[in-house]
Design a protein around this ligand. Sequence first.
Ligand code: IMP
Ligand code: MG
Length: 183
Amino acid sequence: MSNVMEKDIDHVLLSEEELQTRVRELGRQISQDYAGKEPMLVSVLRGSYIFMADLTRAIDCMCLVDFMAVSSYGSGTTSSGQVNIIKDLSDSIEGKDIIVVEDILDSGNTLYYLMQVLQARNPASIRLCTLLDKPSRRAKPIQSDYVGFTVPDAFVVGYGLDYDEKYRNLPYIGVLKPEVYEK
Ligand code: IMP
Ligand code: MG
């Protein structure tokens, strides 16, 4: 371990190679499921930006991309039920096949709200793809249609996921040392 972020990482949960392999599998699966269609992938910023970039390049059907940003208020490592749209989509999703791309489904508070907002805009279909799923923490009745990895209840960072907006640029996913967020 050499760089300045790594002293804060307890251990690597998912290596760069494991992530790449699984993301390619998800891309293949989505390509099969949407063959002949033109899905629009909606990336929820900021946590999904790296996953989105890799996932879309692993999809070989015609597809569209769009981005939105939401904030969910809560303390350092948990979200609340209150969600705000900070940046909305650029295009209409009416009549389109939507795949919402998120970094992690944790309590589900953020995505439960967001899926309702998007559903109300009358897409032809809407599915959810999350790189990570932490089912043990679910507070809302929501599940992901495409899951990269199911992870234990630990706070993880890297590959787009942050703590306090940092560590997103780690190429792997690691468990943050609790003392980093307990200070
Ligand atoms: P929710 O609890 O499902 O609403 O999760 C909302 C957001 O919290 C996710 O989109 C992530 O940005 C963030 N989050 C939840 N768990 C983790 C984690 O373990 N590491 C980093 N971010 C997380
Ligand atoms: Mg975050």
